[in-house]
Design a protein around this ligand. Structure first.
Ligand SMILES: Nc1nc2c(ncn2[C@@H]2O[C@H](COP(=O)(O)OP(=O)(O)O)[C@@H](O)[C@H]2O)c(=O)[nH]1
Ligand SMILES: [Mg+2]
Length: 333
C-alpha cells in the first residue's frame, strides 16, 4: 500500500491541492508530535501567514461549539474556507446536535469544489504540554493549505488554554448568564486577552446582568490603562447560538477587530507574540525532557539516590544535575 506510506512532503502537497485525507493524516502526525510534526511545521511555514486566526474560549457548556457551528455555516455561505480546531474535550464537535449541523454544512457545499470547511477535534491526551506544542502547528498547517479563518475552540480553564487563545489574532471569550462568569473570567486572566466578549444564552434570564458586570470590569481596566494604548475597547455581543441569534453580530465584531489590527499596524505584533509563545512552549518542553533524561542517566541516578539517602541535600543534587544538563558532553546514551 504505497498510499499508506506516502512521505510527508507528498502528503503536504496533496493537502495543498485540497485532498482532505492527506490533511487529516498530517494533523494526526502533528498531534503525535516529534520529528514528523516538526518536519510538517517546517514545510508549512513558508506557505502560512495568510489566515485570520480566531481563538474562542469560555467555560465548558458555554455554547462555544454551538456558536462555532453557526459561524462555520455563515462563513461557508459567504464563500470563505473556515477550519476549526476544537481542543475542547468536554463537547467534541463530533457528537450530538453539532454533528447534525456539520453534516448539513458539508453537504451544503458544492461537491465539485469539495467541502469548504474542515473541522478537527484535537485529543489533548490529558497533558497540556502536548497541547501547547500541537496547536500552533495545526494552525500553521490549516493556514498553509489555504484555510481562512482558522478558528480554535478551547476551554478557558488553564494557563495553556488562555495562552493559546491570547496568541490568536482575535480572542473571543464566551460567557453565559448565571454562573458568575464575568468574575471567573477576570480571575482566569481572560479579561486581559479578550478582544471581544460574547454573552451567549441571551435567551436565558440574567444575560443583561453579565453584560453590565463585564462592562463595569472593562471600565475599571480602562482606568488602569489597559485600553489606553490603542483606544480599543472589547465589544460585548449578545447571542443565542442555540436559537441562531446574534452569531452574525459576533462575526461582524471579529472582522471589525481584524480591521482594527490592520489599521493600527498591530497584526504583526500579534504574529510576533504568537511566535514567541510557540518558541517558549517548545523550549520549556525540551528542557523538561532534558531534565527527565538527566535524572534517569547513570550519574543522575547516583546523585538522586544520594539525596534520597539524605547524604546530600536536594539542592546539592539539583545543582549537580543542572551542571551536567547544561554541559555539552561527549557521553552517548
Ligand atoms: N439556552 C441556550 N442553550 C444553548 C445556547 N447555546 C448552546 N446551548 C446549549 O448549551 C449546551 C452546551 O453547548 P456547547 O456548544 O457544547 O458548549 P461548549 O462546551 O462551550 O462547546 C448544549 O446543550 C447547547 O445546546 C444558547 O444560546 N441558549
Ligand atoms: Mg465545545
Amino acid at each position: 500500500m504505497a498510499r499508506a506510506t506516502r512521505p510527508i512532503p507528498e502528503l503536504y502537497e496533496a493537502a495543498r491541492a485540497g485532498e482532505r485525507r492527506a490533511l487529516g493524516r498530517l494533523l494526526t502526525k502533528v498531534e503525535r508530535g516529534g520529528a514528523e510534526a516538526d518536519q510538517i511545521s517546517e514545510l508549512a511555514h513558508p506557505d502560512a501567514g495568510n489566515a485570520h486566526i480566531v481563538g474562542i474560549t469560555g467555560a465548558p457548556g458555554a455554547g462555544k461549539s454551538t456558536l462555532v457551528s453557526r459561524l462555520v455555516t455563515d462563513l461557508v455561505a459567504a464563500g470563505r474556507r473556515p477550519a476549526v480546531l476544537a481542543v475542547d474535550p468536554s463537547s467534541p464537535l463530533t457528537g450530538g446536535a453539532i454533528l447534525g449541523d456539520r453534516i448539513r454544512i458539508d453537504e451544503g457545499n458544492d461537491p465539485g469544489e469539495g467541502r469548504r470547511s474542515f473541522i478537527r477535534s484535537m485529543a489533548t491526551r490529558g497533558h497540556s504540554g502536548g497541547l501547547a506544542l500541537a496547536v500552533p502547528l495545526a494552525v500553521r498547517l490549516f493556514d498553509a493549505v489555504g484555510y481562512d479563518p482558522v478558528i480554535i475552540e478551547t476551554v478557558g480553564v488553564g494557563q495553556v488554554e488562555v495562552d493559546v487563545v491570547g496568541a490568536a489574532d482575535t480572542a473571543v471569550v464566551v460567557m453565559t448568564p448565571g454562573m458568575g462568569d464575568a468574575v471567573q473570567a477576570n480571575k482566569a486572566g481572560l479579561l486581559e486577552v479578550a478582544d471581544l466578549f460574547v454573552v451567549n444564552k441571551a435567551d436565558r434570564p440574567g444575560a443583561d446582568d453579565v453584560r453590565r458586570d463585564l462592562s463595569l470590569m472593562l471600565d475599571l481596566s480602562h482606568m488602569t490603562g489597559q485600553e489606553s494604548d490603542t483606544g480599543y475597547r472589547p465589544p460585548i455581543v449578545m447571542a443565542s447560538a442555540l436559537n441562531g441569534d446574534g452569531h452574525g453580530d459576533v462575526w461582524t465584531a471579529v472582522d471589525a477587530h481584524l480591521a482594527h489590527l490592520d489599521d493600527t499596524d498591530t497584526r504583526s505584533a500579534r504574529r510576533r507574540h504568537r511566535i514567541r509563545t510557540e518558541v517558549r512552549a517548545r523550549l520549556l518542553q525540551a528542557m523538561s525532557d532534558a531534565a527527565d533524561h538527566e535524572m534517569s542517566s547513570p550519574s543522575g541516578t547516583e546523585w538522586l539516590s544520594k539525596a534520597e539517602r539524605a547524604e546530600i541535600a536536594p539542592t546539592h543534587a539539583t545543582d549537580q544535575l543542572l551542571e551536567q544538563l547544561l554541559q555539552p558532553t561527549e557521553e552517548t546514551s
